[in-house]
Write a protein that binds this ligand. Structure first.
Ligand SMILES: C[S@@+](CC[C@H](N)C(=O)[O-])C[C@H]1O[C@@H](n2cnc3c(N)ncnc32)[C@H](O)[C@@H]1O
Length: 577
């Protein structure tokens, strides 16, 4: 639903407006107005934490959801307080459904329903525990892998019938297994990457991989040390014969924090659907994927390892030139692949150091939280973010939105500014891993730039970019009134047509144009309100609302203060011949 210029619950703008109005120190009613401003500020701060949002912001920090207190702390220890149980929404979100909903950071954030039992004695759902989606569950909204079943629910204006996969490959898989179980959540996000993302030039000119991406095993060191059942396998790179990534395979540990098998399964499926020439893709889809799904469901480690080896054999049997030739014919890369690809980057770079993101002052402007990939895809699509556009994230955290805008929309420039040192360090770590992994997967990396450890206020580069920026993201969910005022000043120079994505309305309900704010950019915003779906942000399951404000050339006349209009002493203009 879209409502123009809503009269929502946001009130901090009133304070911003008030501050603007009462800045004249010679004003006779200044004292009273100051008091009024203070009162307004207090009210604003209070109303920020609206129970409507069921928010958990000061504690919410990573993209975790659907958590239970009895999660085991093992491979990568997480502080217990980060697993605060949240209210379940009406949709009765089971772990299984959650796993299915999540597309990017799922294997990091799934939680266990209880202690892990030895092989053969597991009573609880294996798929739920291991963060793998169950395509057979109708509740999941996941049907066949065929393009017809792809949902466009998440992306307005996206091509619902977009061909994700070569149909024959899909049918092969269904014929073979009689079921539709997959690792990748193909129907979660519709649409394709907006630009020609495959870096054929790089792939052609480099037959060997020289990078050093962070291996999956970095995340499972303790698992390997503690559990004799762990088997280490190597997954062959499709593009580079000399590179295999190591994974620790084990079904008897808690897999909800990080699930290497789920990641392998996804990579194998994406390789078959996108990267492999059709003959070999069919082989993988017939001989590996269905059985890998089965091995996963049955927690059959031996079989899973053998299937990884079979996949490696098939990949190694392909002449490199055949792969390069095939890639030059690939026209569409599904967005869901980018989500999962970025998730791999995120797990390697952010997760080992995630605790550092908790170091901020509670209820301050610096509270950390993340917008989730599904939401970003939707918002980017609504803003028509594309390779001709410049994207900026003011308060970019670890850079998730910046890298997603770059890889999904191929922006001319994706820019992020972040003030907190720890989040800045992690932005650099994520960017470093991204560079490596893009090469490994033969992907182009569009232009990304950061201004780190610096405020976006009084920032020369930000000031330079604002007038040319096309899409500006400001996660202002917990910004205080002072910060909102500064943001207002900052966007004063935004160009006509610039779209600003925010979680709170930049303009307060009841905002009117008056003598004191005549020049404000707020008068020229066309504000659209959208429903924020459940599971769009890291700190709560609940939905809510978000806003896209477009900078217009002229003022919105409906914002004129009606009382001022009545008091106007100007005589109405008479039109005579
Ligand atoms: C809620 S997080 C949003 C992270 C990311 N944009 C996202 O939505 O996933 C807000 C971020 O803004 C940063 N921030 C707050 N005030 C800032 C300022 N004046 N300059 C730069 N960054 C700021 C905080 O440190 C925090 O990392």
């Amino acid at each position: 639903m879209t409502v123009t210029d809503p009269t929502g619950e946001d009130s901090y703008r009133t304070s911003a407006q008030a501050s603007t109005m009462y800045s004249d120190s010679n004003h006779p009613k200044r004292g009273r107005r100051n008091r009024s401003t203070e009162l307004q500020s207090l009210l604003d701060e209070a109303s920020k934490y609206n129970s409507h949002y069921e928010y958990d912001m000061p504690r919410g920090f990573l993209r975790d959801r659907s958590v239970k207190e009895d999660i085991r702390q093992e491979e990568i220890e997480r502080p217990r307080e980060s697993f605060v149980p949240r209210k379940k929404s009406k949709s009765s979100r089971s772990n299984k459904n959650d796993a299915n909903y999540k597309t990017k950071r799922d294997s990091l954030t799934e939680t266990s329903g209880g202690s892990v039992k030895s092989l053969g004695s597991q009573k609880r759902s294996r798929k739920a525990r291991s963060g793998k989606r169950n395509a057979n569950n109708p509740q999941n909204g996941i049907g066949a892998l065929t393009p017809m079943t792809l949902s466009s629910q998440d992306v307005e204006g996206s091509d619902a019938t977009a061909t994700y996969l070569d149909d024959s490959r899909v049918r092969n898989q269904e014929k073979q297994t009689g079921e539709k179980s997959t690792f990748a959540n193909w129907s979660a996000i519709a649409g394709n990457v907006q630009f020609d993302i495959l870096d054929l030039e790089y792939v052609r000119s480099h037959s060997l991989f020289e990078g050093t991406p962070t291996s999956s095993t970095v995340l499972t060191t303790r698992r390997r040390e503690k559990s004799p059942q762990v088997v280490t396998v190597k997954l062959q790179s499709v593009l580079f014969e000399n590179y295999q990534e190591e994974y620790d395979i084990c079904f008897t540990r808690d897999l909800n924090i990080y699930n290497p098998m789920s990641e392998i399964g996804k990579i194998v499926e994406y390789m078959a659907a996108i990267f492999l020439p059709s003959y070999y893709a069919a082989k993988v889809q017939n001989e590996v994927i269905p059985f890998m799904n089965k091995a996963f469901d049955e927690e059959n480690i031996q079989s899973f390892v053998q299937l990884v080896e079979r996949y490696n054999q098939i990949v190694l049997s392909i002449k490199r030139q055949e792969i390069v030739d095939h890639l030059s014919t690939v026209k569409r890369i599904p967005t869901i692949f980018i989500h999962d690809f970025l998730h791999i980057v995120y797990t390697r770079s952010i997760f080992p150091q995630y605790r550092r993101l908790r170091q901020y002052e509670a209820f301050s402007n610096y509270v950390y939280g993340e917008l989730l990939p599904g939401f970003l895809t939707e918002a980017f699509s609504k803003c028509q973010l594309n390779p001709n556009k410049i994207f900026m994230d003011l308060g970019s955290g670890v850079g998730n939105c910046v890298v997603q805008a770059a890889l999904e929309c191929g922006c001319n420039l994706s820019f992020g500014c972040e003030i907190m040192p720890n989040a800045s360090d992690l932005s650099e770590a994520q960017y470093g891993e991204l560079i490596q992994r893009c090469k490994l997967f033969g992907l182009k990396l569009p232009s990304i730039e950061y201004s780190l450890r610096q405020s976006f206020i009084g920032n020369k580069r930000v000031d330079e970019l604002i007038p040319v920026c096309d899409v500006l993201l400001i996660n202002n969910f917990l910004f205080d009134s002072k910060m909102n005022l500064q943001v207002e000043k900052l966007i004063q120079n935004a160009k006509v047509g610039c779209k600003i994505i925010t979680l709170k309305n930049l303009r307060a309900s009841g905002y009117t144009i008056n003598f004191y704010n005549l020049d404000s950019v707020l008068n020229r915003l066309r504000v659209e309100r959208f429903d924020l779906k459940e599971d769009s942000v890291s700190w709560t399951h609940s939905g809510g609302e978000y806003y896209i404000s477009t900078v217009m050339e002229t003022m919105d006349e409906s914002l004129f203060d009606p009382s001022l209009r009545q008091r106007s002493t100007r005589k109405p203009t008479r039109y005579t011949r």
